[in-house]
Ligand binder design. Structure first.
Ligand code: PLP
Length: 489
């Protein structure tokens, strides 16, 4: 039952570093617990959870390749073709970890995406680390969208390019200004002796919006006609879901020749793991020689590569096209239903509910599977309580994952969600919004919506939602108190 997850989560948010038990522990653990208490105080302690029997509007299994078992079948077929496979790669890519199988898969992926070369790595995190630590040379400048993924920032920490500049998210004018200021302030770049490396994502993971890539490419060409402004695009959230046979945004827009480096991850729509960096031979060779996250780790294992190859066999065969189209249909279905709700306009005006992506959805070339519902700080938890009690699985997103003051609930749509589920979700959100509108308009002082009260009452009673006493009833009540005091303020 998904509400059990809420109860567990609330319990986890109570402070530990100053409890009697903590005082008896060694300073080593106490200090760590005190550090965690900083997160708990903001209800932002991350806890690990296993999904229970709720309808999935949360996971990254966008095409439902994992849940449907389709990929499993293709994976078994791939294993059967290689009965003598060796599980581990037995070394770093530079030593024994290279083999004909990984090279063949890389060639296939490069051909599929229309790239000169490819290098497969263990994860997207590792890929971005490799790219941004190894590719920018001294004197190069890195310009990035302000919402770029954490892995790019982590890679940049090791980068030799010391000048870095962000531009406002998806804002072509601000991007233009950023490039102008680079041209002004960096004589070597202006003279075409150094490069500007531009980092963007095709679909932003917490906002679900699509990068205006054509416009950004045109702006870069305008300011640096000599071609020394180059793009690196992270296609983590467009792989499998955008473009011909899910090849991604660059392929969708026919910009293969304009983008120096593309990075696709396989842990999301392709339901396996790992990532590929698509580029030319020069970039590939630099990565093999300079990227510490490729050099100092064991090369991808056979099962991982077989999973990737199986996923691409589905893409290539066109078997995933139906799933890709269905995600488009379901997201549009959701927009149609949510904006038609009687409470929609008022909840928007009052700042209770906002779905920026629902604007102009009908005229958009493609929608994405990620739809954040913006709401007030703390209201995102109220909405999640409501959704989870209605058996819809979605999670609140808060700082530090998104900038402070931009709380939201992130909805993710999947090929196997049904129209009825999508309508039910829109109805549940509207129901919650109606309650919040009533609460805000009412003079009675009741500030907590029904679902939140329900969750809190379980905690007060020291019970989980199955009516089973928790190991420590009192601590359940404390957890509730801690959250309610802040929420009610
Ligand atoms: C935009 C983006 N880039 C990179 C990654 C990292 O990919 P992986 O999960 O394969 O490490 C993620 C995953 O969260 C992502 O959302």
């Amino acid at each position: 039952m998904s509400a059990l997850m809420l109860a567990d989560w609330i319990k986890a948010q109570q402070p530990r570093g100053t409890t009697a038990k903590a005082k008896t522990e060694s300073v080593f653990y106490r200090n760590l617990e005190e550090e965690l208490d900083v997160r708990r105080a903001e209800h932002s302690l991350v806890t690990l959870r296993t999904r229970r029997d709720a309808i999935d509007f949360s996971s990254n299994d966008f095409l439902s390749l994992a849940s449907s078992g389709l990929l499993r079948m293709a994976f078994f077929d791939e294993l059967a073709r290689h009965p003598g496979f060796q599980l581990g790669s037995t070394g770093s890519r530079l030593l024994d970890g290279n083999n004909t199988y990984i090279e063949a898969v890389e060639r296939e992926l490069a051909a599929f995406h229309g790239a000169e070369a490819a290098i497969i790595v263990n994860s997207g995190y590792e890929a971005n680390g490799a790219i941004f630590s190894a590719i920018p040379r001294p004197g190069d400048v890195v310009v990035y969208d302000e919402l770029i993924h954490a892995s790019v920032h982590d890679g940049l920490k090791e980068s030799l390019a010391l000048t870095r500049m962000s531009f406002r998210h998806n804002d072509v004018d601000d991007f233009y200004q950023a490039l102008l200021s680079v041209r002004e302030s960096q004589p070597m770049v202006r003279r075409g002796e150094r490069s500007v490396i531009i980092s963007v994502e095709s679909v932003y993971s917490m906002d679900g919006d699509v990068c205006p890539l054509r416009e950004l490419v045109a702006a870069a060409k305008d300011i640096f006609p000599g071609g020394n402004a180059v793009f690196v695009i992270d296609e983590a959230h467009s792989t499998g879901v955008l473009g011909p046979r899910g090849a991604g945004l660059v392929n969708a827009l026919g910009l293969e020749k304009e983008i120096a480096i593309r990075m696709h991850t396989f842990g999301k729509a392709l339901a396996s793991s790992g990532a590929v960096i698509l580029a030319n031979d020069t970039i590939r060779t630099v990565l093999i020689n300079h990227a510490r996250s490729i050099i100092y780790t064991t090369a991808p294992s056979f099962p991982m590569l077989a999973g990737i190859r199986a996923a691409y066999s589905l893409l290539k065969s066109g078997m995933t096209q139906q799933a890709q189209d269905r995600v488009q249909l379901l997201v549009r279905h959701f927009f149609k239903h949510i904006v038609a709700k009687p409470v929609w306009a008022q909840a928007n005006e009052m700042g209770i509910l906002n779905i920026p992506l629902s604007k102009d959805w009908e005229s958009r070339e493609f929608v994405t599977q990620i739809v954040p519902v913006w709401t007030r700080q703390r209201y995102n938890y109220f909405l999640v309580f409501h959704l989870q009690l209605a058996k819809f699985c979605a999670f609140p997103i808060d700082f530090p994952v998104v900038p402070k003051g931009t709380s939201r609930v992130r909805l993710v749509f999947h090929a196997t969600n049904t129209e009825a589920e999508v309508e039910g979700l829109a109805q549940a959100i509207a129901q919650w919004a109606e309650e919040m509108v009533d609460i805000e308009k009412s003079a009675k002082g009741v500030r907590i919506p029904t679902a939140a009260r329900q969750v809190y009452s379980w905690m007060s009673a020291g019970e989980n939602c199955n009516g089973v006493a928790t190991a420590n009833g009192a601590s359940g009540a404390n957890g509730f108190q801690h959250l309610r005091l802040t929420e009610a303020a």
